[in-house]
Design a protein around this ligand. Structure first.
Ligand SMILES: C[S@@+](CC[C@H](N)C(=O)[O-])C[C@H]1O[C@@H](n2cnc3c(N)ncnc32)[C@H](O)[C@@H]1O
Length: 445
């Protein structure tokens, strides 16, 4: 049965906002902090525990903490988990500054001269010099396939030297964890990949042109700047944190919440991945290796099947074989897409079944009357707009009722959905569901 959606109204957002730790790592398709703030204020109360099952870089957790709410965040992407974790810790600024000095002094002797960096804009190290320079720090070069496609040789040496220094200097482990993420934040700009494409990882024609014209890549200066910025950010965040709030970040799968959560949360606020938009698995490949979050390709491949929203889903995936999907809009769209492309229809079905599992898990951990707020975009397929609000209304099942739909204009997003799935890029929508007192109907909602 299709339920009528509530009228859409505009979400009021104040322009005032604090940077806190939001910019420690550039994360694609992350929440706009003032939007999250507005949602937390609208749907939760002081001391509530808020869950974000697709936590990404932890924007919800950062804002929740400074507003006096405890929170739990979950993500299947190990880079996301590391980023969200370090952004929500409390550090002693004086000690953090000392650790930054320790790392920078250890690196001072390794640094190339300014003159050399200018030369390296046009000429990379030759293979022999590379072998000689990399030998003492070889263990710190990660086994990334096609490494020389993604990085210049001298950059690989510099990054491995930095990594070696950061892993071996005598500093508190919590600082080392933060510094790894800061190091991760410079990887993309040190690489030959275009920092902008949100779909994944590519050495674009634009980057090739920039390299031909001479592109300065100086990992040490980038790291130094990023470390100082991170210390200021952590200090700022720490000064705003009220006592008694906790932020918990877990690696986990939002389609299997029963494996990760115990007890109830008071509210859910999240932005699930868009179907066919950002390929986080591919996009974070370089960072995963350089941060030591995966050691081999097999480690990384083991993560792949967990990502929701991918466009290439193996036909063997259990969600593609699901026979319990009976929701009308989903069935109609799956059939419509299948007429043109089996692969896309499989990916669409995977997405819908994954989101249904997620709603079922949420229902188990929410009390009647609690809100589950989803921020979504409206996407298209073959120029027809998918009725996203109604679709989500259906997938949520009888354990939820959709009470409010709000929209807000998107400005200056680090995203370009239109190129990938024809989404309505000017607006995002807030779907406010409330837990009913009905049990989730696992097989036939
Ligand atoms: C739109 S992003 C969330 C961005 C986040 N709101 C922020 O502010 O950074 C969606 C996230 O869902 C994560 N994701 C994809 N599949 C997942 C799954 N099965 N379980 C948990 N997280 C998943 C992706 O890794 C990505 O970080």
């Amino acid at each position: 049965m299709t339920r009528r959606s509530p009228q859409k109204s505009r979400l009021r957002i104040t322009s005032e906002f604090k940077k806190l730790t939001h910019y420690v790592f550039r994360y694609p398709a992350k929440f706009h902090p003032p939007v999250v703030r507005a949602l937390i204020e609208r749907y939760t109360n002081q001391r509530d525990v808020v869950l974000d099952p697709f936590v990404g870089s932890g924007t919800l957790l950062v804002e929740a903490a400074v507003l006096g709410r405890s929170s739990i965040g979950l993500d299947t992407d190990p880079v996301a988990v590391s980023v969200a974790h370090v952004k929500t810790r409390r550090y002693k600024t004086r000690l953090l500054k000392q650790s930054v000095s320790t790392v920078l002094s250890a690196l001072a002797t390794e640094r190339r001269s300014e003159r050399e960096y200018l030369d390296r804009m046009f000429t990379d190290l030759g293979p022999r010099s590379y072998e000689r320079q990399v030998k003492p720090i070889h263990d710190y070069v990660p086994p990334i396939s096609h490494l020389f496609h993604w990085f210049r040789r001298y950059v690989i040496v510099d990054l491995a030297r930095i990594r070696c220094a950061m892993e071996t200097v005598d500093i508190p482990e919590s600082h080392r964890t933060l510094f790894r993420v800061v190091f991760g934040s410079i990887i993309r700009n040190c690489s030959n990949a275009d920092p902008v494409p949100v779909s994944g990882l590519e050495v674009t024609a634009h980057m090739k042109r920039r390299d031909l014209a001479g592109r300065l890549v100086d990992p040490y200066t980038m790291l130094e700047t990023a470390l100082h910025r991170a210390v200021r950010a952590c200090e700022d965040y720490g000064s705003m944190l009220p006592a008694g709030v906790s932020s918990t970040v877990m690696w986990g799968d939002a389609t299997q919440l029963q494996n990760h959560l115990t007890g109830h949360v008071d509210a859910v606020i999240t932005s699930p991945p868009y179907h066919g938009a950002v390929d986080y698995y591919r996009r974070h490949q370089l960072e995963m290796f350089w941060l030591g979050l995966v050691r081999h390709d097999e480690d990384r491949r083991a993560l792949l099947h967990r990502y929701v929203g991918r466009t290439d889903v193996p036909r063997s995936h259990e969600f593609v074989h699901d026979t319990t999907l009976r929701t009308a809009i989903a069935k109609r769209w799956e059939a419509k897409i299948r007429r043109s492309s089996e692969d896309r229809a499989d990916a669409f079905k995977h997405y819908i079944v994954a989101m249904r599992h997620c709603f079922e898990g949420l229902a188990d951990h929410m009390r009647a009357g609690s809100p589950a707020v989803l921020v979504v975009g409206h996407s298209s397929w073959n120029n027809s707009k998918i009725p996203t609000t109604e679709l989500f209304g259906e997938i949520a099942g009888s354990a939820f009722t959709l009470r409010e739909v709000l929209w807000y204009p998107i400005k200056n997003r680090y995203m370009s959905y239109s190129r990938h799935n024809g989404a309505d890029i000017n607006r995002e929508y807030v779907l406010a569901f409330y837990r009913t007192n009905r049990l989730p109907r696992r097989r036939d909602n």
